[in-house]
Write a protein that binds this ligand. Structure first.
Ligand SMILES: NC(=O)CC[C@H](N)C(=O)O
Length: 360
């Protein structure tokens, strides 16, 4: 069935619909340049409300399977590919890309020149668009476009109830703005007990868990719209060893007096180079963000820890005295390189030192 992607400015790309062909998808269009990891990308809750263009030209070779999921189901609104494998090959037995999309009622557009589409997004910038069957009436497309509302996205993806995974080590609370499974895994493999809580948690409720440390997770949407989350974020950085990842990093920036701004077309991929100013080493990192922090207002209290080597944007900062570390990229990877797993080791050290100081 013929399908189309129509941008807010009227620009249109055509292709063949795959997955749930009845669906009309509407959202912000972003491109991701990772060569593998399509299932992790679609199940990353930070893609809620977004139509994802995968620039690698053949998607689905190794199918889809439970272990690759970063959350319970795919959150991206829709996916766009050049070509996809009809018959996957995987030692564990795997479901095909098309069947996976159908099962989760997600629509895709295949046969698109994703290079041309990506060049268009790079020159026009991030925009809203609708993706649907080519015979959808214009009024229906307009209605779908007008209904796009990304202002409440974190509330749509956060866990409805707290849950706990016990290990022998310190107790860490993860505030879930749309947390990826790999974050909880990286804490767990270092022995940390993890309680994942809804993003609406209040400072008093958080204290009730007696955490040794707090992780503020990744998540979808424009960070500047989530002002009601900031009192808890401020409470964390003032009272607990805190690690902020992506949206968590941006919220710490906002709670500490900095501001955020939209990037022209964002960073979404698995090979972005960063400089770690503490170690003097370059890291190749997994990235997925459309906003960045303008950190100047907090530099009296924080040092820039990481800088993006493509565009020099701030990719992380660290408090000069307190145990607070933030990263704009994804040290948990999923998908992506493991170069920055050591930042979880640093967090564990911060948490242990905090606990020892408390019990001394
Ligand atoms: N992965 C994330 O946490 C993304 C953060 C934020 N929604 C952004 O796009 O910048």
């Amino acid at each position: 069935m013929k399908g189309l992607l129509r941008f807010a400015d009227g620009t249109q790309f055509e292709g063949t619909l795959i997955g749930d062909t009845e669906k009309i998808a509407a959202g912000e269009v972003v491109f991701n340049t990772a060569m593998t990891g399509y299932q992790e990308i679609l199940t990353d809750p930070s893609y809620y409300g977004q139509i994802v263009v995968l620039t690698y030209p053949l998607i689905g070779n190794y199918g889809t399977f439970a272990e690759a999921a970063e959350s319970l189901f795919p959150w991206a609104e829709a996916v766009i590919v050049k070509d996809y494998a009809r018959i996957p090959s995987h030692f564990g037995g795997a479901e095909s890309f098309d069947s996976y999309l159908k099962r989760y009622h997600k629509v895709g557009l295949a046969g698109v020149d994703t290079r041309e589409l990506t060049l268009y997004i790079r020159s026009a910038g991030t925009q809203h668009a609708v993706l649907a069957s080519a015979d959808t009436p214009a009024s229906v497309l307009e209605e779908a476009m007008a209904a796009i509302d990304l202002s409440k996205s974190v509330y749509a993806v956060t866990t409805p109830e707290p849950y706990h995974v016990e290990h022998e080590g310190p107790h860490v609370v993860v505030i879930d703005y749309g947390a990826k499974n790999s974050i909880m895994e990286q804490l767990g493999v270092r022995g940390m007990s993890v309680t994942v809580v809804p993003c609406t948690i209040t400072p008093t409720e958080l204290d009730g868990y007696h955490p040794d440390g707090v992780v503020l997770s990744n998540g979808p949407g424009d960070p500047s719209l989530f002002t009601d989350l900031l009192p808890t974020v401020k409470h964390c950085v003032d009272h607990y060893p805190t690690l902020g990842i992506c949206l968590g990093h941006q919220l710490i920036g906002l709670a500490e007096g900095a501001h955020t701004y939209p990037l022209k077309f964002g960073h979404h991929g698995a090979n972005h180079p960063l400089m770690d100013h503490k170690t003097g080493k370059v890291l190749i990192t997994s990235q997925n963000h459309g906003y960045a922090v303008e950190a100047a207002p907090l530099l009296d209290r924080y040092q820039i820890r990481l800088t993006n080597l493509h565009d020099q944007t701030v990719e992380g900062f660290q408090h000069r005295e307190k145990p607070v570390l933030t990263v704009q990229h994804h040290p948990e990877a999923g998908p992506g390189p493991w170069d920055s797993h050591y930042l979880f080791d640093e967090f564990l050290t911060m948490v242990r030192e905090g606990r020892e100081a408390q019990h001394a």
